[in-house]
Design a protein around this ligand. Structure first.
Ligand code: ATP
Length: 637
């Protein structure tokens, strides 16, 4: 270990000389096998260029982290503190690999070696917001994390034992069977939620753990409890813990081994709590006895920031202090840090991972019975309403119109109501990012699990709807016709959800997502061929006709219906028993007339209608996959 300078800034050159390469998968190592990691950071600088707001203005460069030196040792907690906007979260993100290394200057070493792609595996990151599934219990939440993050070679029993150990360590025994909860369902307390979040990222026992504000929003007892647990983990298991914290209480301060005080992206102090008063005395500030020195320091920083002379004297003092205790050569090693999103090894194989995600997803769906029941009730209500409005339509011009309206309405019902899943997907996206950014599972497993788990439910909805509506409206009375219509509506519902899913992976929020999905779906409807026949759509809009989510199911349903009618059926009979002439656009007489009115053609049921629907579904799933991959690699530039 490097030397510690008692009274001030430390020399950063620390590390375990014996440290070798990092094992492939941290959760496969036994406690004894696990390395202890000493992190040393030198000259860490992060600048962002802010674009000019007005013409003629120059772009400005903002330094968020300025030449930071620090160290975090195994067996210790390093707390990053400072006034609001000091750069605490930015610093944590930088050393946790959440900022694109190409944007950073300086050096971050783990045991004197540059961080490799393995660093994502050996470190855990607990975000400030508790991103957990509200309908799962604490034990289930930890068990799913164990199933995803512990190696496939471990037995189910071993994983269960690990979960029980975690419940014990985190003091979650009394609430292990309670659901996490959210605004709608009462669940565990804020402190318990925070401890569960920590457990989720601690289950595979990472040697390095980063936590962004683990005590924010907690009362003082819960905050103390959380830090006490982290202290025990650091001390007994020799883990390296780095956290950001706001105004810790006296009792919390005692549990933290070392502090990094930042102000406007600069190091003000780095060392133990005990050395803090001496440091500030040396700077020329008397620190009264019996005060919370950290609170005093933060107040002093605020005061200086707001004073005429500003922070400069303190920054100059801190810099001089830093140089006098060793100095260093600041290497500009942009290339040796982990590129966020590099491939990482996963604990389990693809099938096991997918099965676990299906299980988790299914439980989440089944734990929301109100949503399930309401959707099924809605199917019945809409089907009955539609059936009563268009009851037993005949083979007349009016019947032709009503039949097409039935199809258009049903498709609109499925395609537009899918947007209600947007907030659910958006919430889940946060959990997905948290999990995949640390390599909990493959994006492909998630996409497939997410796809498969909803299919039975889509089928149930469509069956319920068609059993009522199909017969009430009096559609083609053949088994083939009935089952084909179910297949097409099932694919439509699947497509609608694939489409919403895809946008949910890209859009910044619900409002943007809702606007885009509703607007594009409206356009798809407009250009489906139902309102304006294909021949009348201007050439520059025709691509929308071919991309339309409505076109293929609408064609399929129409062709299915009219294929089941005898070829000589007259759809526009005259009073004298004859039929209107063919090619009459107002009163289509034959099957071909009716279909061409809606831009459909006999013989298109399987190609292109069914096949293109399948291609669209697959296409949106593939887009969804790539959009999610971008999200899981998401870092600051
Ligand atoms: N991409 C960016 N572009 C410009 N400024 C940024 C960017 N990201 C962060 N900042 C600024 O950098 C400073 C440090 O932000 P950071 O979130 O790290 O502070 P913090 O110490 O964690 O603050 P708080 O305690 O309020 O959470 C802030 O002034 C913030 O506005």
């Amino acid at each position: 270990m490097g030397d510690e300078v008692e009274n001030g800034v430390r020399v950063v050159d620390v590390g375990d000389a014996e440290a070798g390469g990092i094992p492939r998968n941290v959760s496969e190592m036994s406690f004894e096998q696990k390395k202890q990691y000493n992190l040393s950071i030198s000259g860490l600088t992060y600048k962002v260029v802010t674009k000019a707001k007005k013409k003629g203005e120059e772009a400005t460069t903002k330094v968020l982290l300025n030449n930071i030196d620090a160290e975090a040792r195994a067996g210790e907690i390093l707390a990053v503190v400072g006034p609001s906007g000091a750069g605490k979260s930015t610093f944590l993100d930088a050393i946790a690999g959440r900022i694109n290394p190409q944007s950073l200057e300086g050096q971050i070493l783990a045991n004197q070696k540059p961080l490799g792609s393995d660093f994502k595996r050996i470190s855990g990151y607990v975000m400030q917001d508790d991103q957990l599934f509200p309908r799962l219990t604490v034990r289930e939440t930890l068990m799913f994390s164990a199933r995803l993050r512990l190696p496939g070679t471990m037995s189910h029993k071993e994983k269960q034992d690990r979960v029980e150990e975690m419940i014990q360590v985190l003091g979650l025994k009394s609430c292990a069977e309670t659901r996490i909860g959210d605004d709608e369902v009462r669940g565990i307390s804020g402190g318990e939620k925070r401890r569960t979040s920590i457990g989720v990222d601690l289950i595979h026992d990472p040697p390095v753990l980063f936590l962004d504000e683990p005590t924010s929003g907690l009362d003082s007892t819960s905050a103390l409890n959380v830090v006490q647990i982290l202290h025990n983990i650091a001390s007994t298991r020799l883990r390296t813990i780095v956290l950001t914290i706001h105004q810790p209480s006296f009792r919390v301060l005692e549990l933290i081994h070392s502090f990094l005080v930042l102000a406007r992206g600069n190091v003000i102090y780095h060392g133990s709590y005990a050395s803090m008063p001496g440091y500030f005395e040396e700077f020329g500030r008397h620190v009264p006895d019996d005060v919370n020195v950290l609170e005093y320091t933060l107040d002093a920083i605020e005061e200086l920031q707001n004073s005429e002379e500003g922070l400069q004297p303190l920054l100059t003092f801190a810099e001089a202090k830093n140089k006098s205790v060793g100095g260093r050569t600041l290497a500009q090693l942009k290339s040796n840090m982990t590129l966020a999103g590099e491939p990482i090894d996963f604990a389990s194989g693809f099938p096991a991972e997918t099965a676990t995600l299906i299980d988790r997803n299914a439980r989440n769906i089944l734990r929301t019975p109100e949503l399930l029941i309401w959707r099924l009730v809605l199917q019945v209500i809409v089907a009955l309403t539609l059936g009563s409005l268009f009851f037993n339509v005949g083979d007349t011009p009016k019947g032709v119109q009503q039949r097409a309206s039935t199809f258009a309405f049903t498709l609109a019902f499925y395609l537009f109501t899918a947007t209600e899943a947007l907030p659910i997907f958006l919430k889940e996206r946060q959990i997905f990012i948290r999990e995949t950014s640390r390599g909990a599972y493959r994006t492909s497993s998630y996409v497939i699990a997410n796809f498969l788990v909803s299919l039975p439910f889509y089928m149930l909805q469509v069956l319920l709807f068609q059993i009522i509506a199909y017969w009430m409206v009096g559609l083609a009375p053949t088994a083939g016709g009935f089952f084909y219509s179910i297949l097409i509506l099932f694919l439509t519902l699947t497509l609608a959800n694939a489409y919403v899913n895809f946008w949910s992976a890209i859009v910044p929020n619900f409002i943007a997502g809702n606007t885009i999905v509703t607007a594009t779906t409206s356009f798809f409807f407009l250009f489906s061929g139902f309102f304006v026949p294909k021949a009348k759509i201007p050439g520059y809009w025709i691509w929308l006709h071919y991309l339309s989510n409505f076109k293929y199911p609408l064609d399929g349903l129409l062709v299915n219906e009219y294929t089941a009618r005898p070829a000589d059926t007259c759809f526009a009979p005259l009073t004298n028993g004859t039929c209107v002439a063919t090619n009459n656009p107002t009163h289509p007489a034959t099957r071909d007339d009716v279909l061409s009115k809606y831009s459909a053609k006999l013989g298109s049921m399987w190609w292109p209608d069914f096949t293109v629907l399948l291609i669209l579904i697959m296409g949106y799933r593939v887009f969804f996959y790539f959009a999610l991959r971008m999200q899981s690699k998401q870092t600051r530039k």
